[in-house]
Design a protein around this ligand. Structure first.
Ligand code: PEP
Ligand code: MN
Length: 293
């Protein structure tokens, strides 16, 4: 590990692991993230219709997910792509929460939408393209909801922690970090899952860390195996895209799991979660390792 990371994060005092401070536990409704449980958040990339979301909510809840994901405001790579249902999507998410009891995570892209989205969401998602939208991060400091902060696709872990510090400095320490793959020279996968980010962040920061294998992989066949890796390296949970008919999805269908594959993934994870639980303590003493490998 870069020796700079050996306790040199006092400037990020609200999110770094300084001295003997304990790990943060983030509360999303009744759910605790960072206290040992492996919390799975699942659902479609985008809310497309009431039927699509309610079907998905029921399926992922039955399979063991505890938080329902679904974008109502979508950041898209192309201006011609589906932009999301906006307020209508938020209302559908609320209905899904009422029907299933699942908590809701959904993306906020602009500081102007923070108040509205906070009325509907239990967890506010900051997407990879917004990690350095500082006006948004500042506003989220006062939103009264926990924040899921995704790593910028070209951001270092230091930059991710800096963004987390901005949210915390503005009054909100309830932050979950998310590794969702970074942009590298590799083109075989949509992004490159930086699996080392999980133990590094868990060591230098006090915040919970989850993994999004869907955006990292870009193809559904890789999602379950990346989810295994996330469990074994000590992640606090997953963010996974699931769709009733992935081939008809309006966004990210190729990386979305159909219901049966999501169920299989949840079953398949069990032995890996046992490994995670047996080795739960992060190897903090590694912080003292010399030099850069
Ligand atoms: C998403 O979760 O659907 C999303 C847009 O993710 P990211 O910001 O990581 O690309
Ligand atoms: Mn997506």
């Amino acid at each position: 590990m870069n020796p700079k990371w050996n306790g040199q994060f006092s400037c990020f005092d609200l999110v770094a692991r300084t001295g003997d401070c304990s790990s943060s536990v983030v509360r999303v409704g009744e759910i605790e993230i960072g206290s040992g449980d492996f919390v799975v958040m699942a659902g479609p990339c985008a809310v497309e219709s009431e039927r699509q979301l309610l079907q998905t909510a029921a399926a992922v809840a039955k399979a063991g997910a505890r938080i329902l994901r679904g974008g109502a405001y979508k950041p898209r790579s192309s201006p011609y792509a589906f932009q999301g249902l906006g307020l209508e999507g938020l209302k559908i998410l609320r209905k899904a929460r009422e029907e299933t009891g699942l908590a809701i995570v959904t993306e906020v892209m602009s500081e102007e939408d923070v108040e509205l989205i906070a009325e509907y969401a239990d967890l506010m998602q900051v997407g990879t393209r917004s990690m350095e939208n500082f006006a948004l991060l500042e506003k989220l400091g006062g939103c009264g909801r926990p924040v899921l902060l995704k790593r910028g696709m070209t951001a270092t872990l230091e930059e991710l922690l800096r963004s987390a510090q901005v949210i915390a400095m503005n009054g909100n320490p309830q932050i979950i970090l998310c590794e969702r793959g970074i942009r590298t020279f590799e083109t075989a996968t949509r992004n490159t899952l930086d699996i080392a980010a999980v133990p590094v962040l868990k060591t230098v920061s006090r915040l919970p860390v989850i993994v999004d294998p869907s955006h990292a992989a870009g193809v559904r066949s890789l999602v379950p195996v990346l989810a295994r890796a996330a469990a074994v390296v000590g992640a606090d949970g997953l963010l996974v895209e699931v769709h009733p008919y992935p081939d008809q999805a309006l966004s990210d269908g190729a990386q979305s799991l159909p219901f049966h594959q999501f169920r299989e993934m949840m079953d398949d994870l069990q032995p890996y979660l046992a490994i995670r639980d047996a080795a739960r303590q992060p190897p903090l003493e590694l912080l003292a390792a010399e030099g850069v490998g």
